[in-house]
Design a protein around this ligand. Sequence first.
Ligand code: ATP
Ligand code: MG
Length: 581
Amino acid sequence: MSDEVRHDKNINDPSGPVSAETAPAANFIRNIIDNDLKSNKNNGKIMTRFPPEPNGYLHIGHAKSICLNFGLAEEFSGLCNLRFDDTNPTKEEVEYVESIKEDVKWLGFSWGNRLYYASDYFDKLYEYALALIKKGKAYVCSLTAEEIRKYRGTLTEPGIESPYRNRSIEENTDLFERMKRGEFENGKHVLRAKIDMSSPNLNMRDPVLYRILRAYHHRTGRKWCIYPMYDFAHGLSDSIEGVTHSICTLEFEDHRPLYDWILNELKAFHPQQIEFARLNLNYTVMSKRKLLEIVEGGFVSGWDDPRMPTISGLRRRGYTPEAIRAFCERIGVAKSNSVVDMALLEFCIREDLNRRSLRVMGVLNPLKIIIDNYPEDLVEEFDAINNPEDSTTGTRKIPFSREIYIERDDFREDPPKKFYRISPGSEVRLKYAYYITCVSVVKDENTGEIVQLHCTYDPKTKGGFSDDGRKVKGTLHWVSAEHCIEAEVRLYDRFFTKENPADEKDGRDFKDYINTNSLEILRSCKVEPGLINALPGSIYQFERLGYFCVDSKESSKNSLVFNRTVTLRDSWARIEQKQRT
Ligand code: ATP
Ligand code: MG
């Protein structure tokens, strides 16, 4: 296909030449719209919509659809509607509607005053159904659901016509009106399109358009006891809104003939349905149904657990709208399904946070150092750079005193070769402060665990530089024991142990592959004192460690909680490399 644009070459290669900031990546939908504008189709009007079903929280796959629909409308001076496809009252909830609105806004898009619901159109849709009946193109069928399935045939066998297929227009009209009035119990009748039971496309074998369902609807209450099916409601809702380009995922390709049939039969305004490949990410499941199972099974704390691929989970984890939008632009739009590497998403968030986040020092697994020759009651303040990528953020003061904490991992009693951190007798730099040398190690008599180190400092290395040209190989982050504040830090690992957990070919459930060690909580971390003012949701780079976001739900001034957004480098790739060699 000539208009098919694929980015497979560099899609998983963050070091590739495509920068998130370069001109928009080509996508074939952009080309279609471009051509439609040139030929003045629809009088040059561009209207898209994002049509979520409010049956769960949005995930990163939806972000791709949001960026496409709202992004293309923005780019071509068109409009994009937000429309809830709320035709299935048993699975839908107001909580989901609210979360979806919040997520779309947070991503930076606006639907203006065009917030719609398919349920807004229930009256019109009913009239359309009646119109199909009057044309002899729809009939009330009284087969059971099971029988309808059986009569439908298979990919290799044609279907069988329903014995109710040739009911008269009068009888169909009467029955459909009585279905609406509530005269029949659930499942007694359905309304079906009269198309072709031998069509090679199963969707065209007299698909169900309406069903009887006594259920409370979050917007229409008990007004209706018949509800339109997705395929009937969707295209007509697009049409009613004057949508010009109805962009959806590939699994709807086989539904397009039905989409077109309904609009043609009713001579309604006819949007063009265009399908693109959905986003799949490795080590992730991306279906609201599966995500609901994870939430309901108690495998996470909720839809916004920072391990969830939901937009609210990513937000709580410290992902920014800019990074998610850059990611969606970078993966491009293709016509064939592929799996994107999680590393690419992580690359996008690092790239954004590297530019924007303030640097601080925090110690996750503290080891105390006493600097024997540093005066006991002296406190010095050193200037620390807030963000080397952004000089406008300036510097801050950080206190230094006789007792400090460093990372436990930064000390080795018997260092391997090329260990450039601290070990007995070795000299290292404390960033912004002094050179120190380790002189002795104190251990717990019973357990042998290292309790603290004694060091000496060289007063002539103030600020972290020596004036005699002496070099050290390692630079450590640290905090002053007297001044630092305690924090809880939550480290996250992949949520699944398998690249494609949803692939159930091996007969196992995706939940069998949940990584039971995906959350590690460190409760006695020490961070620099300025963080007492850190606002919930703000994101910092802890020097040498990664990016950390103040938890928006559970952090407070008295008990700081950070989520690790992402490490500084792709540590996962390195671990895999090690395992392979
Ligand atoms: P799920 O299977 O996760 O429940 P869905 O397609 O049923 O997804 P909808 O609420 O119907 O969810 O989706 C709203 C829009 O988002 C649709 O146009 C759909 O095609 C699109 N969408 C859903 N998942 C993805 C994905 N992984 N990648 C791109 N677009 C997606
Ligand atoms: Mg759906």
